[in-house]
Design a protein around this ligand. Structure first.
Ligand code: FUL
Length: 479
């Protein structure tokens, strides 16, 4: 009797006979810190140093520290503005190429302690780190390897100096979610008064593996940005544009500075890359990275920022948007207005997810388990996903509405703990009794948003046409 009951239960409810296992991951895979980083999506970059006061982009290194004197510096104004615009983290140029330190480093006098600001008692790094903590944003550090002020730049002594400063920053101002290593390296500079040109071998001079290890010891969760990773990579341009095809995978042995065409590889990654190193899209809200009053009228509009959002976050990357404080030590009114306008567009365009309350079906699913059901793409839970059987790398999802809505965006997400898989997909709308293709794309990754001509339809079909293996889709949204 018990056996009969068990079989009945299993057949009627599919409750325990289905032994379907989860799909095997298709490597390389993201680590936990990278997954957290993907979810952040929007981070702010802050460029601030003596350049702000000398009107330069690259200080030579001979600037008098006294020129650094923000009149009404208020880091909380920056952080609150970023928070209200939806940003999750902030990366500060603690030291740019000119070598001036925004914190009172014990290893140099070329810092805020020799400035007129707060009679040398101020500390911008502390102000920003504290404001981030207070308003629940993550804090990141940019420390330029190239230092046009330091007398030892180019010699082994400078590498020790650089490491000491990393230690100082990570010990006194953490936690730090991301460390940004700028690729610009070597050239002319002040160098303690020598005023000459110095070049270094970028691959060997800084002894990166040991330098990164020393940082990891202090902050095991930190993500390292550099042109080639190892945590996240440069997207290959400063225009705000990730590749339409954007693999999170890339082979680091193909990456070295100066290699012809490297920007293209960085921009789209490599389908068969051997490491998970996603692209970060760094771009400035103004033409320059530092504040210049002549650029007050050239701040990117909210609409432009939204376009950049679509070509960065909407292509599976994280956006790192630079917003430089002015000579008051405040984000300028025009920049603040643009950020507020950008947030308004985001909220407006992605207000109502039309996939919620629709009927979702799939051409096929992996076994009969709820664990792999297509309804998981619509449950607002990023930990669940729809999967297909091992040998099924192409399948579709259909979304039916009782009242036909007007749709202009489709948003898709893959379940990244199993690797990035999808190579191509298309979107169709039911129009005059047939399917009409309205959009198509290649990779998806963390997030893919496609915008198309608004269409009113009673059903949408998403065809996943090619994939590295069976599908694992965690989220589908329509707006
Ligand atoms: C570049 C630097 O040279 C710019 O000044 C800026 O910091 C940008 C983010 O990276 O390599």
């Amino acid at each position: 009797m018990r056996i009969v009951l068990f079989i009945l239960c299993a057949t009627l409810l599919n409750c325990s006979s289905d032994k379907t296992e989860a799909p095997s991951p298709i490597g390389p895979l993201p680590n936990v810190n990278q997954l957290v980083w993907h979810d952040m999506e929007l981070n702010a970059f802050v460029h601030f140093t003596t350049n702000t006061f000398t009107d330069k982009e690259w200080g030579y290194g001979d600037e008098a520290p006294s020129v650094f004197n923000p009149s009404t510096m208020n880091a909380e104004q920056w952080i609150i503005t970023f928070k209200e615009a939806g940003f999750k983290g902030v990366i500060l140029t603690c030291k740019h190429h000119d070598g001036f330190c925004l914190w009172p480093s014990e290893y140099t006098d070329h810092s805020v302690k020799a400035s007129s600001w707060k009679n040398g008692k101020g500390d911008v790094v502390k102000d920003v780190a504290d404001a981030c903590r207070k308003h629940d944003l993550k804090f990141g550090i940019y420390l330029s390897p190239w230092d046009r002020n330091h007398k030892d730049y180019g010699k082994p002594e400078y590498v020790s100096y650089y490491r000491s400063q990393l230690k100082e920053l990570f010990t006194n101002y953490g936690p730090v979610f991301e460390m940004w290593f700028d690729g610009a390296n070597g050239g002319d500079g002040y160098y303690g008064g020598s005023r000459e040109k110095r070049s270094i071998n970028g691959a060997t001079y800084y002894k990166w593996p040991a330098t990164l290890d020393s940082v990891r010891k202090l902050e095991p969760n930190v993500i390292f940005f550099s042109d080639a990773g190892p945590g996240v990579r440069w997207v290959g341009n400063e225009k705000g544009v990730a590749g339409e095809t954007n693999w999170n995978t890339i082979s680091t042995d193909t990456l070295y500075a100066g290699k012809a065409g490297i920007e293209k590889v960085l921009n789209s990654g490599s389908e068969n890359g051997t490491s998970w190193i996603p692209a970060e899209v760094d771009v400035s809200i103004r033409p320059g990275w530092f504040y210049h009053s002549r650029e007050d009228s050239l701040v990117k509009s909210p609409e432009r920022l939204f376009e950049i959002y679509l070509t960065s976050v909407g292509r599976g990357s994280t956006l790192l948007l630079n917003v430089p404080p002015d000579r008051r030590g405040l984000l300028h009114e025009n920049d603040v207005a643009s950020l507020q306008g950008f947030k308004k567009i985001l909220d407006q365009e992605f207000k109502t997810n039309l996939a919620v309350n629709s009927k979702i079906t799939a051409s096929t699913s992996r076994g009969n388990k709820q664990e792999f059901s297509v309804t998981n793409v619509n449950d607002r839970n990023p930990a669940t996903y729809w999967a297909t059987a091992d040998n099924v790398a192409a399948a579709n999802i259909e979304i039916n509405f009782t009242t036909p809505p007007t749709i202009k965006y489709v948003l898709l997400q893959e379940f990244l703990p199993l690797g990035q898989r999808v190579k191509s997909f298309s979107v169709e709308a039911w129009k005059e009794n047939q399917w009409l293709k309205i959009a198509e794309g290649t990779t998806i990754g963390h997030k893919r948003i496609l915008k198309f001509q608004p269409i009113t339809t009673e059903k949408i079909r998403i065809n996943f046409t090619e994939s590295k293996g069976c599908l694992a889709i965690s989220n589908v949204e329509l707006y």
